[in-house]
Ligand binder design. Structure first.
Ligand SMILES: [Ca+2]
Ligand SMILES: [Ca+2]
Ligand SMILES: [Ca+2]
Length: 146
């Protein structure tokens, strides 16, 4: 998985769920790779379907339905998480513009619950953060294709 605008793709949470129950999860490393681990006491079953959800603070979540066919490892297609959610509420709207605009040219400031004006994580609030916001304006999820 890839975090838009970031060379370092670490820190995204990946969960395999059935309904609201998380059966396996993982956190991505800097390359964007991840390997999920079982959430005790659950084991993923061959032939069973799961919703795989990937999300990170400042980015929009992506969901894919997936049926397990091989164990222990299955490779899913790459997903790019859309950035710009400075207020960390999983929608990119005017509130994020206010957050990024208010700190423009300055070090990161916190917004909302766990949000930050520094979407791309380079330690400053700049045009790069604003471009991520602007390109994804109005979105509330990241596409996962195919
Ligand atoms: Ca998010
Ligand atoms: Ca937001
Ligand atoms: Ca930045």
């Amino acid at each position: 998985m890839d975090l838009q605008g970031r060379p370092n793709d670490s820190g995204a949470l990946i969960e395999a769920k059935q309904g609201v129950i998380v059966k396996a999860n993982a956190t991505s490393v800097s390359s964007g790779k991840y390997t999920t681990s079982y959430v005790s006491p659950f084991l993923l079953a061959i032939g069973a379907s799961y919703d795989v959800v990937v999300d990170r603070a400042l980015y929009l979540p992506a969901t894919k339905s997936w049926t397990l066919v091989t164990r222990p490892l299955t490779t899913l297609s790459t997903v790019i998480l859309l950035g710009g959610d400075a207020t960390n509420d999983d929608i990119i709207d005017i509130g994020d513009a206010t957050c990024i605009g208010g700190a423009y040219g300055n070090p990161p400031v916190g917004c909302g619950s766990g949000g930050s004006s520094d979407v791309n994580g380079d330690g400053t609030t700049s045009i790069l953060d604003l471009v991520l916001f602007g390109g994804n304006y109005g979105a509330s999820a990241s596409p996962w294709t195919p």
